[in-house]
Write a protein that binds this ligand. Structure first.
Ligand code: MN
Length: 263
């Protein structure tokens, strides 16, 4: 068995153990097939078990706190949520109790932090009603939707895709996943981010315009959600720039802290 096939089978085993849907068709097709070179499956540690969470897609919701919507120049009323994606290999996992080195990316001169709650799905579907949506959630973690703000703004001004501002290497920072069976679902609680000891973002999950359940419901109207999907649920106000040497400390009531150093 090649390394790739072993990884694929292991990922399938983890999904089966988590009681999830079958592997994607693409992953299924790989089992027993010899690839011309190996390509890794992104996985995230799960607190308390040895099996890991296999990442299928990363969705991010934009402007989901009213005060942040205003600072980004949009109307904070309950317009339908909008979404973008990051590639799965943009994930940087930060172990609990560590300060992970995070590389300042190329091309930008205005690199921003966005602290966010992240939901990890164990199942999915289409047109999922909001009152059933939390049944799809395997667990939660803290995340950073790191953003090349200058490039995001420049592309937006030209009515071009945001890709270069949002979907680059290491841009999806997050901690290990905490099973909802242990933590419960996150519908309220303080969320904050400090840079070098100074609090920059400070809000509460109750201020999200669209709850995680509503995000899943709305997303599932546009995409078939599946086990392995991650959803970054939006950032509160006071996003801002970071520089090399800065230490970022993220907090969410009910989870361990997460910290990175910009290098
Ligand atoms: Mn964001």
């Amino acid at each position: 068995m090649t390394d790739l096939n072993r990884r694929t089978v292991l990922a399938g085993g983890a999904a089966a153990l988590a009681g999830t849907a079958a592997l994607s068709e693409a992953a299924e097709a790989q089992v027993g097939v010899k690839t011309i070179f190996p390509v890794g499956q992104t996985t995230i540690p799960v607190v308390g078990i040895t099996e890991v969470f296999p990442v299928r897609r990363i969705y991010c919701i934009g402007r989901n706190y009213a005060a942040h919507a205003i600072e980004r120049g949009s109307d904070p009323t309950r317009e339908p949520p909008f979404f973008f994606q990051k590639p799965t290999d943009a994930v940087q996992v930060v172990a609990i109790g560590t300060v992970a080195d995070h590389p300042y990316p190329s091309l930008t001169k205005n690199y921003h932090h966005e602290v966010e709650l992240v939901a990890a799905l164990k199942s999915g579907g289409t047109n999922i009603p909001a009152d059933k949506a939390l049944d799809c959630v395997y667990g939660y973690t803290l995340g950073l939707d790191m953003t090349r703000r200058d490039l995001q703004n420049a592309m937006g001004n030209q009515k071009k895709p945001w890709e270069i501002g949002k979907s680059f290497d290491h841009s999806a920072v997050l901690g290990p996943i905490h099973p909802a069976s242990k933590t419960g679902h996150f519908t309220k609680g303080a969320i904050s981010l400090a840079v070098n000891g100074t609090v920059r973002q400070n809000s509460d999950l109750t201020k999200m315009i669209w709850s995680v359940a509503e995000q899943i419901s709305k997303l599932s109207e546009a995409f078939e959600l599946k086990a392995g999907d991650l959803i970054y649920s939006g950032t509160p106000e006071n996003v801002g720039p970071v520089n090399k040497g800065d230490i970022l400390l993220c907090k969410l009531e009910g989870l361990p802290d997460m910290s990175i150093k910009i290098v």
